[in-house]
Design a protein around this ligand. Structure first.
Ligand code: TYM
Length: 356
């Protein structure tokens, strides 16, 4: 809720499917902690416009927005303590996105890691190939790599800057976008000689931003990777996924280095299990007595302790359309108020003034 003098916290998640453990530990669990600390003025939104940069599908989009707001509420976000809203309910964002784009270079957008990654995937180019520019220029359809994907960082910066947010809790993969946001804020402020936008930072309660690994042995957990554990997963499904997680043949001699797939399971355990449980399995690895089956059973058990109560609340909330509607209407009103004020200031300093 808007409270004078408190630092503004803002973050969002794209409406592209159900939330997984990466979203939970990288973002949502931090949102709840920040809200409950009572120190900040908190704003959390569902990034539906950002979802359009990849696979636009009208029916799915609407469903996904509802899924995410339900999951926010089920995980503990409270509309009386936090402003919860949908990005497209704040049309001021779209106007400032257009204005800020006038101060953003195509080159810096094309060099962004997430753009290169998504463009490579869309075009079917190998991940070690760096020469995507000519491929992009050569494609004749806007469907594969659209301009929205290129300007994704501008839109994200506007989400943050239009609310004058100071702290933006996000996972490690979003740090480059935050860096760009700071750069755009500095550039705008210095070009017009104003102090309009604060420079936001990530926030992680003293720890490092996390990268939650997937179950397939490499890389991060991600919706498009098919390696996810979802908050909504049924108990049986979740256990099965964990039991099938990729491992290796096991340590052959004491104190062997830990391979990536096994380290990934340790990392998941670090996030979900008690420290002595993790230590027990690390010691067992070091003296070669580890049985991956036992490790996985324990890991599944500890993940379920977190996800099952959330799943139950999701099932309760998701059919209550009236409640969801109330939460989002109230959130939109609050979010628009501050966004409209910032947009007015930005138009003014840019010289967009009325003659009548
Ligand atoms: P999205 O939907 O890709 O991710 C939402 C949040 O989940 C985190 N995350 C992870 N964290 C750790 N390990 C993982 N495997 C993992 N997978 C996802 C992401 O870091 C992110 O915090 N661009 C944003 C959405 C956005 C936004 C904003 C965020 C749009 N505008 C303004 C903050 C402020 C995104 O990546 O969403």
């Amino acid at each position: 809720m808007k409270e004078e003098g408190k630092e503004i916290v803002l973050s969002g998640i794209r409406a592209t499917g159900n939330l997984h453990l990466g979203n939970y530990f990288g973002a949502l669990s931090k949102f709840v902690r920040m809200q409950d600390s009572d120190v900040y003025d908190n704003m959390f939104f569902i990034a539906d416009l950002h979802a359009l940069t990849t696979a636009p599908d009208p029916k799915l989009l609407h469903e996904n927005v509802k899924n995410i707001v339900t999951e926010y509420l089920a995980a503990g976000l409270d509309p009386e303590k936090s402003t919860i809203f949908v990005q497209s309910d704040v049309p001021e964002v779209s106007e400032l996105y257009l204005l800020l784009n006038m101060h953003v270079g195509i080159g810096e957008l094309m060099r962004t890691a997430s753009f290169k990654d998504k463009a490579r995937k869309a075009l079917g180019i190998r991940s070690d190939s760096d020469n995507i520019e000519s491929e992009i220029i050569g494609t004749d359809s806007n469907k594969r790599v659209n301009a929205g994907l290129l300007t994704y960082p501008t839109l994200m910066a506007v989400d943050i800057l239009i609310q004058k947010a100071h702290k933006v809790p996000v996972g490690k993969d979003q740090e480059q976008h935050l860096e760009l946001t700071r750069r755009f804020a500095r550039r705008f402020n210095s070009f017009y000689g104003v102090e309009l936008f604060p420079e936001p930072t990530n926030f992680d309660f003293g720890g490092k931003p996390v990268k939650v690994p997937g179950l397939d042995g490499s890389g991060k957990m991600g919706k498009s990777e098919g390696n996810c554990i979802y908050l909504i997963d049924e108990e049986k499904v979740l256990r099965k996924k964990v039991m099938r997680a990729v491992t290796d043949e096991g340590p052959k001699e004491p104190n062997s280095p830990v391979s990536e797939p096994v380290q990934n399971l340790f990392t998941l355990m670090e996030l979900t299990s008690a420290p002595d449980v993790l230590q027990h399995f690390k010691d067992a690895y070091a003296d070669c007595s580890i049985r991956y089956g036992d490790l996985k059973k324990q890991l599944a058990e500890d993940i379920l302790k977190i996800t099952l109560p959330i799943r139950e609340r999701i099932l309760d909330i998701r059919n209550d359309d009236a409640y969801i509607g109330r939460v989002l209407r109230q959130g939109a009103e609050r979010a628009r108020e501050r966004a409209a004020a910032t947009l007015r200031e930005a138009r003014e300093v840019m010289g967009i003034r009325k003659f009548y």
